[in-house]
Design a protein around this ligand. Structure first.
Ligand code: MTE
Ligand code: LUZ
Ligand code: MOS
Length: 749
C-alpha cells in the first residue's frame, strides 16, 4: 500500500497548520526573545510597541494566570523569562496583533535593559563548575578497574560530536480558538498532543478537560516537536484565552532556528582495552552532554546515550558515565536517535583509534565483538533473537565486501589526488521509551451503520507513514477496502493521556491498541453472522462474509446494518501497554527495551585531496525490519534516516559563538544534504528474520535506527584521509566538513 498521503502531498492538498482556514478576526502572535545569553533583566518597556499600529496585546510573565512553567521532566523552564535570561532566544514576551508584519515591526520598539552575566557554552567547562541538570549517572558491567590487567592493548582518546538542527520543513506553530466556558481548541504541530494539553492547563490554570488539542499531521518533527512544540501552543492559548479571539503563530524559519533547541552536542573521553585476538575486554567512557539552559528532555536523552554506549558489541567490563551539562544555549532536545547516536559515535571512535594503533582494520575489531544470543548489556538486559552477526555476514557476502575492499585498495594505489575510503557501521538500537511508564497507547474505532470506519489513535503523522500503517491494520483485520476507512486527526478528546509519537514506537504502541480494538469489534460482528450461519467458521474477506470458506450472500455492509439493528455496539476503545519491560534506576539494571533492531551498512566515499571535498559513492545496507508490513514506507525511512545521519556527520555545522549567539542561523550558513551529497547508490536489503512478537505484525520499528548508519560515512571519510596522509594524528570531531578534511589531509604530524 502506498502512503495514503502521497497523492495529496504531491498535489499540495494536504493540510498543515498554516493551511487551516482561518476564522474571521484571527490575530497573529510573534515571540519576542532575549538578545543576550545570560543576564539579569533590569527592566523592560513595551509601551511604545503597544502603541504601534495593529498591536492588540503584549503578554509577559505577569499575564500568566497559572504557573509560568513548562518544564516537562524537571520544572526549570519558565514560559516567559522573568528576572533572568539563560540563553539567546529565550522568550520574554508575546506580541499579538492584526498581522504578523505589525508584530515584527512592534518588536523593534520593545526595550530591555540587561545586566550581563558570564556566558558558558562549553559542556566540560560547566561540568567542572558543577552546573549539572541532574546528578551524573553510571552504567556498570563487570569491573573495568580489574580488567585492564587482562588487556594486551589499551587505547585512550576523545571524541566530539556537534548538534543538529531539525529543519522540519514545517516550522513550529499553533492556532488557538476559544470555545465557550473558558475552554479552548488548539491546533498544534506537535508530536505530543497530551504534553501540550497538560502545559496549557498548567499555565492557564484550567483543568485539562477544557483543553482540546488537535493535530492533523506535521511537516516533519524528527524529535524537534516532541517537547518543543509546547511553548508556542501554550503562548497562543494564553493569548486566545485573555483576548477571547483566535490567535495563531506559524514561526519564521530564523526565529525557529534561533529559539529552539537541537540535537545535543557531546564530548567524550574513552579508554578501551583489547586482547591480542582483538576481543574488547574493557571500555570506559565519560560523556559530557551539552544540555543547554534547561532540562527539557536532556535527562532522558542522556540515559539513552548510556543505554547505547556499547552499540552492537558485547563488552564484559563496562563503565559508562554521563554528565548533563547546563550551558547558556537554547535547551537541546529530542532528535532522531535521542542520544543513542552520540553513544555509538564514541564507541566507534574508540574502535577506530584502537584499529589505527594496532594496524588492523576497524572491521576486524567490530566483527570480533558483535553481540550474540544471551549476551548481557551494561544495563542488565539479556539479548535474545540477536541478528547482529546475521546482518553483518549477510552484508559482507551480499555486497561482496572483500571485492570492494580490493577495488578500493587498487584505486588508492593508482591515484594521488583522489582517495577512497571504506567503513562498516553496524547498529543495534533499543525499542521502547526508556521510561517504562510511557510505553502505552490507545485507539478508538467507530463503525458507522453504512459500513464506513473511522479511527483515532494517539499516533501523530509526521511523514513517517504511521497513518498508512494504522489503515493497513484496520483493512487487514476487517477484510475491507482502504476507501472504507478514514484515519482521523490525533485529538485529545478522542484519545486521552497519550505518550508522544516518538522513540520509534508510534506504530508498535498505537498499532497494537488498534489491533485490540478491531479484534474486539470483529468478534462481535462474527457473532452476528454466526446467528445466520450456525456452526460454520466465519471470516471477513474483500468486504464479504465467508462461512466455512464459502462466500455467503452477506456483504460487510449487510453485516454492519444487521449488527446495528440488533443493537450491537459498533465502537471500541482499546488500551495497550508493552509487556515484559521494566527498569530499576536505583540499580541501573533491568529490561527496558521490548526488542532491539539490528543492521549493518558499508560506506564507500571518494575524497578530493586537492579540495577536501568528498562524495559518498555507495551505502550498502542489510537491515533487520522483521517482517516489514510496508516495505515502501520502511525503505523510505531507511533512506531518509541515512541521509539525515550523513548530514549530521558531514555537512551540518551548528555554530554558536562565545556569547551564545547562533551564527549558523539560516539556510545560507547551515548546510544540509542536497541531491549532490546524497550517496550515489543506496542499496537496502531486508534481512530475513522472524521479527518480534512485540513489534506490530512482527514489523519492527524503523523510524530512528537508520540515522545511525550515517556514522559510517564519517569513518569512511577518515579512512580516505588516512590513505592520503597515513601519518596524520587525526582528532575525532564531527561533522567532518570539507574544511576540516582539508586541514587533516595536510596535517603535519
Ligand atoms: N520520518 C519523517 N518523514 N518525518 C519525521 O519527522 N521522525 C522520526 C522518524 N521518522 C520522522 C520520520 C523520529 S525522530 C521518530 S521517533 C519516528 O519517525 C516516529 O514515528 P514512529 O514511531 O511512527 O516510527
Ligand atoms: N523520548 C522519550 C524518546 O521520552 N524517551 C525515549 O526513550 C525516547 N527515545 C527516543 C526518542 N524519543
Ligand atoms: Mo523521535 S527523536 O523519538 O521523536
Amino acid at each position: 500500500m502506498i502512503n495514503i498521503d502521497a497523492h495529496n502531498h504531491v498535489k499540495g492538498k494536504s493540510i498543515y497548520l498554516d493551511d487551516i482556514r482561518e476564522i474571521q478576526g484571527t490575530l497573529y502572535a510573534v515571540p519576542f526573545d532575549a538578545t543576550v545569553a545570560h543576564a539579569k533583566i533590569k527592566k523592560w518597556d513595551v509601551e511604545k510597541a503597544l502603541h504601534h499600529k495593529g498591536i492588540v496585546a503584549i503578554l509577559t510573565a505577569k499575564d500568566v494566570p497559572g504557573l509560568n512553567q513548562i518544564g516537562g521532566i524537571i520544572p526549570d523552564e519558565p514560559l516567559f523569562a522573568e528576572d533572568e535570561v539563560h540563553f539567546r532566544g529565550q522568550v520574554i514576551a508575546l506580541i499579538v496583533g492584526k498581522s504578523e508584519h505589525d508584530c515584527r515591526m512592534a518588536a523593534k520598539l520593545i526595550q530591555v535593559d540587561y545586566e550581563e552575566l558570564p556566558v558558558i557554552v562549553d559542556p566540560r567547562e560547566v561540568q567542572a563548575l558543577g552546573k549539572l541538570i541532574i546528578p551524573p549517572r553510571s552504567f556498570k558491567l563487570g569491573n573495568t578497574a580489574e580488567a585492564w590487567a587482562q588487556c594486551d592493548h589499551i587505547i585512550e582518546g576523545r571524541s566530539d560530536v556537534n548538534g543538529q538542527e531539525h529543519l522540519y520543513i514545517e516550522t513550529q506553530g499553533a492556532y488557538a480558538r476559544p470555545k465557550e466556558d473558558g475552554s479552548l481548541i488548539i491546533s498544534s504541530s506537535t508530536q505530543g498532543p497530551t504534553a501540550v494539553q497538560r502545559m496549557v492547563a498548567q499555565v492557564l490554570n484550567i483543568p485539562m478537560h477544557k483543553v482540546e488539542i488537535d493535530t492533523v499531521r506535521l511537516g516533519g518533527g524528527f524529535g524537534g516537536k516532541e517537547d518543543q512544540a509546547t511553548p508556542w501552543a501554550v503562548m497562543v492559548a494564553l493569548a486566545a484565552q485573555q483576548l477571547q479571539k483566535p490567535v495563531k503563530m506559524a514561526m519564521h524559519r530564523m526565529d525557529d532556528m534561533r529559539m529552539t533547541g537541537k540535537r545535543h552536542p557531546y564530548s567524550a573521553d574513552f579508554k578501551i582495552g583489547l586482547t591480542k585476538d582483538l576481543k574488547i575486554v574493557a571500555y570506559e567512557v565519560t560523556h559530557y552532554q551539552n544540555a543547554g539552559a534547561a532540562a527539557d528532555l536532556s535527562p532522558a536523552v542522556m540515559e539513552r546515550t548510556l543505554f547505547h554506549s556499547t552499540n552492537s558489541y558485547f563488552i564484559p567490563n563496562v563503565m559508562a558515565t554521563a554528565y548533563s551539562c547546563k550551558t547558556n544555549l537554547p535547551p537541546n532536545t529530542a532528535f532522531r536517535g535521542f542520544g543513542g547516536p552520540q553513544g555509538k559515535f564514541a564507541i566507534e571512535a574508540a574502535i577506530v583509534k584502537a584499529a589505527e594503533t594496532l594496524g588492523v582494520s576497524p572491521a576486524e575489531i567490530q566483527k570480533a565483538n558483535l553481540v550474540k544470543e544471551g549476551d548481557e548489556l551494561s544495563y542488565g538486559q539479556i539479548l535474545t533473537l540477536v541478528e547482529a552477526t546475521n546482518a553483518w555476514e549477510t552484508c559482507m557476502t551480499k555486497y561482496d565486501y572483500a571485492g570492494q575492499k580490493k577495488r578500493v585498495e587498487t584505486f588508492n594505489m593508482k591515484n594521488t589526488r583522489f582517495k577512497k575510503g571504506l567503513a562498516i557501521q553496524p547498529i543495534c538500537f533499543g525499542i521502547s521509551f526508556t521510561n517504562t511508564m510511557m510505553n502505552h497507547a490507545r485507539a478508538l474505532v467507530h463503525i458507522y451503520h453504512d459500513g464506513s470506519v473511522v479511527v483515532s489513535t494517539g499516533a501523530v503523522e509526521m511523514g513517517q507513514g504511521v497513518n498508512t500503517k494504522m489503515l493497513q491494520i484496520v483493512v487487514e483485520t476487517f477484510g475491507i477496502k482502504a476507501d472504507k476507512v478514514r484515519i482521523e486527526s490525533t485529538n485529545t478528546l478522542r484519545v486521552a493521556n497519550t505518550s508522544p509519537t516518538a522513540a520509534s514506537a508510534g506504530a508498535d504502541l498505537n498499532g497494537k491498541a488498534l489491533q485490540m480494538a478491531c479484534h474486539a469489534l470483529l468478534e462481535r460482528l462474527k457473532a452476528v453472522a454466526q446467528k445466520e450461519y450456525t456452526d460454520q467458521i466465519i471470516e471477513l474477506k474483500e468486504e464479504w462474509v465467508y462461512a466455512n470458506e464459502i462466500k455467503t450472500e452477506m456483504t460487510w455492509k449487510d453485516l454492519i446494518l444487521r449488527a446495528f439493528t440488533q443493537r450491537v455496539a459498533l465502537s471500541e476503545n482499546a488500551h495497550y501497554a508493552t509487556p515484559t519491560i521494566h527498569y530499576d534506576k536505583t540499580k541501573e539494571k533491568g529490561h527496558p527495551f521490548a526488542y532491539h533492531v539490528y543492521g549493518t551498512s558499508i560506506h564507500e566515499v571518494t575524497v578530493d585531496c586537492l579540495k577536501g571535498t568528498y562524495e559518498v559513492d555507495s551505502v550498502n545496507i542489510v537491515h533487520d525490519f522483521g517482517k516489514s508490513m510496508n516495505p515502501t514506507i520502511d525503505n523510505g525511512q531507511i533512506e531518509g534516516g541515512l541521509v539525515q545521519g550523513i548530514g549530521w556527520m558531514t555537512l551540518e555545522e551548528i555554530i554558536y559563538n562565545e556569547q551564545g549567539r547562533l551564527v549558523s542561523n539560516a539556510l545560507s550558513t547551515y548546510k544540509v544534504p542536497d541531491i549532490y551529497s546524497v550517496p550515489k547508490v543506496i542499496n537496502i536489503k531486508h534481512l530475513e528474520t522472524e521479527g518480534h512478537e512485540l513489534a506490530i505484525k512482527k514489523s519492527k520499528a524503523v523510524g530512528e535506527p537508520p540515522l545511525m548508519y550515517g556514522i559510517g560515512t564519517y569513518f569512511a571519510i577518515r579512512d580516505a584521509v588516512k590513505a592520503f596522509n597515513p601519518k596524520a594524528n587525526l582528532a575525532v570531531n564531527a561533522p567532518y566538513t570539507p574544511e576540516k578534511v582539508l586541514m587533516d589531509l595536510y596535517q603535519k604530524s
